[in-house]
Design a protein around this ligand. Structure first.
Ligand code: PHE
Length: 451
């Protein structure tokens, strides 16, 4: 018996992904709100094409090896995001560290659910004439978020859909949901891209996005690009460990990782090819975060021929991207509760959704809402949830993965199906490059390092 088979638990999951279902669901998790509003505004604030190049390097040199490690840990340990670490190392402490990522995903879920609710509201709105009628989109965004109850209502709807999908299980819920929605999203994306490329400002927008200006690059941009690569690939919070635990031995983790990284990159590229030509054509500011999607783009669709239909397509696409990521986030604590407390899937999904909704209420009320004024150390509740989860817990979770697969779990490269040469490259990236760069981001995000 080889060392690999001796060390690994043999049981195959009772409910798991099919080959294509796994790849589609992992792409669905990584492609999300991060690609559509975060990526374009980070790119425009940090040197356009030069930032895109940095992001690409981060995806390939750090994101890809960490993703492969997370999937291998999940499949090797056959457990949730905390227990997989414990089973493979035989040490309780690693399980505790994994627990941090379970908590991180719960926190991210709470505010991600709020923004997913916004996307659902805007999808419904844009098919009821909103993009023809309105002209002051900033005021209408404010009045929606400021009402207090509407964002909470839509958050509950978003979480209820997410809960329903997760409660139906992996093959009957998450996989089916992704298999129907992801192809629809790709079609919508292509329609929007073709339209954007025919706009009068297309050339100026594309030049800006794809012609690098290296003079604008700062060390800070490098760190932002790396942080975004993590967020965008859903790394550092147990999502890919959990998805990996539902994959059988016949699946190639290498090809799946390449497909996810490639999919995320192409998706980001296409989003840039939609957003920059659009904002250059209509002379609109593309540097905002949430405002870009909910204020600036509606104004562009309002002015564009067939804008109401195209805008509707855009918001539905955004909602799909958000929901297919949200289900992967919710699955992390649900898998944990099912294994740890022996809860049924339905009970775990409902109970954890309820916790996320409750955590999300203050987030919904504080993001441009009635609680916007309650600020502690310069941040609203929404900002605190985002900051703690994305900037602190996520890089910490990612760091643990690199250390675990690089130093602790000896059979990791066999589980990752690497040849001796690639195994050496992978370990070098995990042992040296990735942890050093992650520690830099971590210090930077915590405000302990400034360039
Ligand atoms: N990758 C998702 C996005 O880009 C966010 C996400 C983070 C999803 C972590 C799951 C886990 O929007």
């Amino acid at each position: 018996m080889s060392q690999q088979t001796k060390n690994l638990p043999q049981a195959e999951p009772t409910d798991g992904f099919s080959k294509s279902g796994f790849i589609i669901s992992a792409v669905g998790s990584s492609v999300g709100l991060g690609n559509i509003w975060r990526f374009p505004y980070l790119t425009s604030q940090n040197g356009g094409a030069a930032f895109f190049l940095l992001f690409t390097l981060c995806l390939l040199l750090i994101g890809l090896p960490v993703l492969l490690a997370e999937l291998a840990i999940g499949r090797g340990g056959r457990g949730n995001a905390a227990s997989s670490f414990q089973k493979l190392s035989g040490k309780k402490a690693w399980g505790l560290f994994g627990l941090i990522s379970v908590l991180g995903s719960l926190l991210i879920m709470s505010f991600y659910g709020v923004v997913t609710g916004w996307t659902l509201h805007y999808s419904v709105r844009s098919f009821t004439g909103f993009l023809n009628r309105q002209s002051d989109y900033a005021a209408s965004f404010q009045s929606f978020t400021g009402s207090g109850y509407w964002p909470v209502f839509w958050e509950i709807i978003a979480m209820a859909i997410t809960c329903w999908v997760v409660a139906k299980g992996i093959s009957g819920g998450i996989e089916k949901f992704n298999k129907v929605l992801i192809p629809a999203m790709v079609v919508a994306l292509l329609v929007l891209m073709v339209n954007a490329l025919t706009l009068s400002g297309a050339k100026a927008g594309i030049d800006y996005f794809l012609k690098p200006d290296f003079s604008k690059l700062t060390p800070e941009a490098g760190l932002l690009a790396l942080g975004h690569a993590f967020f965008s690939l859903s790394l550092g919070m147990g999502t890919m460990v959990t998805y990996g635990s539902y994959v059988n031995k016949r699946q190639s983790l290498k090809s799946a990782s390449l497909a996810v990284v490639g999919g995320d990159l192409v998706y980001a590229l296409i989003c840039g090819l939609i957003i920059f030509p659009t904002s250059f054509t209509y002379g609109l500011e593309s540097q905002q975060g949430p405002g870009l999607v909910f204020i600036v783009l509606p104004a562009a669709f309002h002015a564009m021929p067939f804008g109401a239909v195209l805008g509707g397509i855009f918001f539905v696409l955004l909602a799909i991207a958000a929901l297919t990521s949200a289900v992967s986030m919710l699955e992390v604590p649900v898998a944990f509760a099912m294994e740890k407390w022996k809860w049924t899937r339905t009970k775990a999904s409902v109970a954890i959704t309820a916790v996320c909704v409750l955590l999300g209420v203050p987030a919904a009320l504080s993001a441009e809402g009635p609680w916007k004024g309650y600020v502690w150390l310069g941040r609203t509740v929404f900002d605190w949830l985002d900051y703690t989860a994305s900037n602190l817990l996520l890089p910490f979770g990612g760091l643990l993965v690199t250390l675990f697969a690089g130093y602790v779990w000896k059979t990791s490269s066999q589980e990752a199906e690497l040849t001796p040469f690639w195994s050496r490259v992978w370990r070098w990236l995990l042992r040296y490059l990735a942890p050093v760069v992650i520690v830099l981001i971590f210090l930077y995000s915590a405000g302990l390092l400034r360039f």
